[in-house]
Design a protein around this ligand. Structure first.
Ligand SMILES: Nc1ncnc2c1ncn2[C@@H]1O[C@H](COP(=O)(O)OP(=O)(O)OP(=O)(O)O)[C@@H](O)[C@H]1O
Length: 303
């Protein structure tokens, strides 16, 4: 079971190149598609859902070209878009029934059994008679998963699901996705590095319509082992000193100090200590390289 994207390109009529030669092989399990706003993630998701066609390139699922029989593909697909509208006042149960009929689940008893099972799985059983339009963000996202799972899809496309969820709901949503990922291909698009680190055995970093990194998160992190250095510096002190050949990966303000993380093959300056690389370092490094940025000058501060 795998989804293969081959050399996809897409330029919108306004001239924005959203996909620039995207090639990926996505196996069963949770696959993280990580990228900043405007990276092309939603464009890719809509393309995989056959809601829009690429200008060039091919997508196959289990060896079948998805655009050759888009209807058959959609029957095997569960899609949770970034924003989905719901009819005001319609209960969760009724809305699921409506979607189920649209998805071709015509046997009433089987349809009801499936809907009931999904309401339990997504922890919405006790809310089944309430209007979805009145749900909280987390409940709404779980409802989105329930509707996407109708018809037992083999491919799930989930676009930015945890933005705006509180930690408890996010955790609940993660568990639900992990459960689903045991059975089918799940593509999770997000700009939250932590979501990918926690959930995805494989991932890609997308920016500017290009794949910048691809692989297992641990392996990508390992590539930076021994090369990440950190130093806490007073927030507003010191004179800038140029030290070429270093990447400032991130500068985080913490308790009145700035914690710099720097990429360098050797100790970059006095006071820097080696630290364990993190997926966020991989992400920032990939984005900087993707934008063609040069290593940033490092600021040396008076101790
Ligand atoms: N229908 C459209 N017409 C024109 N340009 C578009 C259209 N949809 C997206 N774009 C542009 O294409 C680029 C990629 O957008 P896309 O929504 O795919 O990125 P994204 O990674 O999903 O970002 P976000 O997280 O902000 O949704 C952006 O520059 C966006 O402005």
């Amino acid at each position: 079971m795998s989804l293969v994207l081959h050399n996809l390109t897409k330029t919108y009529p306004n001239g924005v190149p959203a996909l620039r030669g995207v090639t990926l092989t996505i196996p069963r399990g949770l696959y993280g598609l990580l990228g900043p706003n405007g990276a092309g993630k939603s464009t890719l998701m809509r393309t995989i859902a056959t809601l829009q066609a690429p200008d060039a390139g091919r997508i196959t699922f289990d060896g079948h070209d998805i655009f050759a029989d888009a209807e058959a593909h959609r029957a095997r697909l569960g899609y949770l878009p970034q924003d989905f509208g719901v009819y005001p006042g319609v209960s969760a149960f009724d809305l699921l029934e409506y979607v189920a009929v649209l998805k071709g689940l015509h046997d009433k008893a089987a349809r009801r059994a499936q809907i009931e099972g999904l309401l339990v799985q997504t922890n919405l059983w006790e809310h089944r008679k309430r209007a979805v339009s009145g749900f909280s963000g987390g409940m709404r996202q779980r409802f989105g998963i329930a509707q996407a799972l109708l018809g037992q899809p083999r491919l799930m496309v989930v676009d930015e699901p945890t933005a705006g969820l509180d930690p408890e709901e996010r955790n609940r949503f993660h568990n639900l996705l992990s459960e689903i990922g045991e059975q089918v291909v799940v593509i999770l698009s997000t700009h939250i590095v932590e979501d990918v680190r926690q959930l995805c055995p494989r991932m890609a970093i997308l920016a500017g319509g290009r794949v910048l990194r691809e692989g297992a998160p641990d392996a990508l992190v390992d590539e930076l082992r021994g090369r990440v250095w950190s130093k806490a510096v007073p927030r507003a002190s010191g004179a800038a000193l140029r030290a070429d050949g270093l990447w400032v990966l991130s500068a985080q303000l913490h308790a009145g100090q700035t914690r710099l993380r720097v990429l360098a093959d050797a100790p970059p300056a006095p006071g820097f200590a080696p630290v364990e690389p993190e997926l966020e370092d991989v992400y920032f490094y990939a984005l900087a390289q993707g934008e063609g940025r040069v290593p940033a000058p490092i600021l040396a501060f008076a101790d």
